[in-house]
Design a protein around this ligand. Structure first.
Ligand SMILES: O=C(O)[C@@H](O)[C@@H](O)[C@H](O)[C@H](O)CO
Length: 403
């Protein structure tokens, strides 16, 4: 039985901050888990180092479900992004170890491949509709079957989803939060023409997606869903904040545009009502922020009963360790929908050498035992943590708004 002899948290900033848990066992096996929580990284690092790791030493690394329950129920204080990211890191590292001991890629332990690869969506964005369409055409040339469209909003200086660099988007870019100015009216006018231009330029054989990023009220989101219906979007994402799950009933009453939500969810309890009432079509919860592979499988199994498919979050603030885990999960889960894929920079890829690959719009986790990701610790040590915050949003009159 492999016993856990040590565990360490490695914080590194190869272009952006990542928090990684590394677990070592007495038989020499090791596992990695992502624990990155953008803008709040050190809170998770401390939760792991100060409160979780002492409880792991000496445990049987093969007892994944038992350790999950121990950390979830045993803390007494449940749920929340910090707790669930820490549990996720432990859980992912233990699955990595189990795969290595078995000599199998993780997706084989999860039931085997249900498909040839995971369809991924790329991010096309630009300051203007023309720039965004140009970027989307480039993604189409690269073989992407699904493309997310985000464009600058006329009259607003900057907005979520529009990057300075076309391919690498990192919103957490300042030592203190930068402030954006927001107008729902201006934004709502800008999205339908973007989709009209995209269908005109890209045709109908490509899936088009859009992220509202929690910035609309339910009735505004309903209107956007209706306005986009003629262009048949694959989904609109996070169209309104989902703390109140009933918000989505209103959107559903008005529009048949598919809805995705859940990148900020941490447990099945955040989406139970949404799934049960079939108020959404895609659940975006992901390995790192929703308790790891063990808990995400539970969410997916519940979603499958209610015709909801997966569409896991995959922004650059999720490390290659999470990306690999998401691909093993996506390859094996029956109700897979799509996986988000924002490419990491070369610096990040060098710190986390990995076996996953992109071919013709699909990704595969590779066949190395476990997750198929390594961490080059000496290289990681050359990129020290750098405080960085996500931006905030204020309406034109100064009122705080969702970003
Ligand atoms: O859909 C997405 O990928 C986004 O909503 C993220 O880029 C999100 O803004 C970041 O993960 C926040 O850290």
């Amino acid at each position: 039985m492999p016993r856990i002899v040590s565990a360490r948290v490695i914080v590194t900033c190869p272009g952006r901050n990542f928090v990684t848990l590394k677990i070592d066992c007495d038989d020499g096996s090791t596992g990695l888990g992502d624990a990155t929580l953008n803008g709040r990284e050190l809170a998770v690092a401390s939760y792991l180092t100060d409160h979780v790791i002492p409880c792991l030493i000496g445990r049987d690394a093969q007892r994944i479900e038992d350790i999950w329950q121990y950390l979830y129920k045993g803390a007494y204080w449940r749920r929340g992004p910090v707790t669930m990211s820490a549990i996720a890191a432990v859980d992912t590292a233990l699955w990595d170890i189990k795969g290595k001991i078995a000599g199998l890629p993780l997706y084989q332990l999860l039931g085997g491949a249900m498909r040839e690869g995971c369809m991924v969506y790329g991010h096309a964005n630009g300051a203007t509709i023309e720039d965004t369409i140009e970027a989307a055409l480039e993604y189409q040339r690269q073989g992407y079957k699904a493309i997310r469209l985000q464009s600058g909003v006329p009259g607003l200086a900057s907005t979520y989803g529009v990057s300075k660099d076309r391919y690498f988007y990192e919103p957490a870019d300042a030592d203190l939060p930068t402030e954006n100015v927001w107008s729902s009216e201006k934004y709502l006018r800008s999205v339908p023409p973007l989709f009209a231009a995209a269908r005109e330029a890209l045709g109908w054989d490509v899936h088009l997606l859009h992220d509202v990023h929690h910035r609309l009220t339910p009735i505004e989101a309903a209107r956007l869903g209706k306005d986009l219906e003629p262009y048949r979007p694959f989904w609109i994402e996070d169209s309104t904040p989902a703390e109140n799950q009933a918000n989505f009933r209103l959107i559903r009453q008005h529009s048949t545009t598919p809805l995705a939500v859940g990148e900020v969810f941490n447990s099945i309890w955040d989406c139970k009502g949404l799934i049960e009432e079939q108020l959404i079509d895609y659940i975006r919860a992901t390995v790192v922020h929703a308790g790891g592979i063990t808990h995400l499988r539970r969410i997916a199994a519940f979603a499958d009963l209610h015709n909801v498919r997966t569409g896991c979050h995959g922004a650059t603030d999720l490390s290659p360790v999470c990306m690999a885990a998401a691909l093993h999960f996506g390859l094996s889960v029956p109700n897979f929908g799509v996986q988000e894929y924002m490419r990491h920079t070369d610096e990040t890829d060098a710190v986390f050498p990995h076996g996953y690959s992109f071919v013709d719009g699909m990704m595969h986790p590779g066949d190395a035992p476990g997750l198929g990701v390594e961490l080059d610790e000496s290289l990681a040590a050359t990129f020290p943590y750098k405080r960085a915050y996500l931006p905030v949003n204020r309406r034109e009159d100064g009122t705080m708004h969702d970003w």
